[in-house]
Design a binder for this molecule. Sequence first.
Ligand SMILES: Nc1ncnc2c1ncn2[C@@H]1O[C@H](COP(=O)(O)OP(=O)(O)O)[C@@H](O)[C@H]1O
Ligand SMILES: CC(=O)N[C@@H](CCC(=O)OP(=O)(O)O)C(=O)O
Length: 292
Amino acid sequence: MELKRENVLIEALPYMQEFYDSIMVIKVGGNAMVSAQIMEDIIKDIVLLRYVGIKPVIVHGGGPEITEKMERMGKKAEFFQGLRITDDETMEIARMVLVGNINTKIVSLIGLFGGKGVGFTGYDGRMILGHKQAAKHVLIDGVETEVDIGWVGESEVINPEILHIMLEKGYIPVISPIAVDAKGNALNINADTVAGDIAAALHAKKLILMTDVSGLLRNIKDPGSRISRVKLDDIDLLIEEGVISGGMIPKIKGAAVAVKSGVERAHIINGSVSHSMLLELFTDGGVGTMIY
Ligand SMILES: Nc1ncnc2c1ncn2[C@@H]1O[C@H](COP(=O)(O)OP(=O)(O)O)[C@@H](O)[C@H]1O
Ligand SMILES: CC(=O)N[C@@H](CCC(=O)OP(=O)(O)O)C(=O)O
């Protein structure tokens, strides 16, 4: 039965009261930004959150766009366990795409829809300090071989001060997943990992990870096999069993980091379905997968 419009609005009241003045970290994945229309809808939802008193912080990805740009420049994109192998030139391309293109586009859309966006990388306010990941050891034809994945980082310290200042003044921070090491080098970090770390450092109420699938699926080929709730304790087994693979691994791990540190809930939802975030936050029947 379809709800009357006024009922939809009144159903949202307890959620608006609960979420008022709380911080929510929203990760917008490259795969969720499949079209200009979807991107606009996501940003409109985020501006709406700000106007009902929620403090959104955006962390964006852009993996598919980085791959596309690399290919146009005649470079092959290669990954190791979901992480992009990042040589000097790839790092330059990643910065160009993430900071120069995607970040500014999101900030500009926020402004267009009446919000105040402000763009950051991990360099700004020394927000994300990290180090290069150690070389990986893998078996190639039975021989243990060292693989250097380049400028791929992991964060050590998150300094959220600048974010708190901006949030207090009503700005919506937009963060590119780039960290800085002790020597000032740029590091490429998976955006889900950054979102989990930022949510933890901000003691956010929620972490919302928007992607291109309806949530965590028991069978990746069956969209109807969504798992609606996952307990922290069950995550390792799901990875071991191979249920969770590829890009879903950093996503679920980012969610786990946040929830372990006190973020109440993390949600994986389908960003390519218009206004899915509003349905998740403000209606009784949530969508996606909740990690608790
Ligand atoms: N169990 C699973 N449930 C859903 N998706 C999964 C699962 N295991 C692997 N995946 C893959 O993870 C992808 C989402 O991660 P990713 O491509 O990195 O998205 P994004 O760019 O939004 O971060 C899905 O499109 C799917 O191919
Ligand atoms: C180390 C690493 O893999 N970094 C990612 C950063 C962007 C990202 O995570 O984008 P999505 O969220 O769209 O996948 C990359 O270079 O693709």
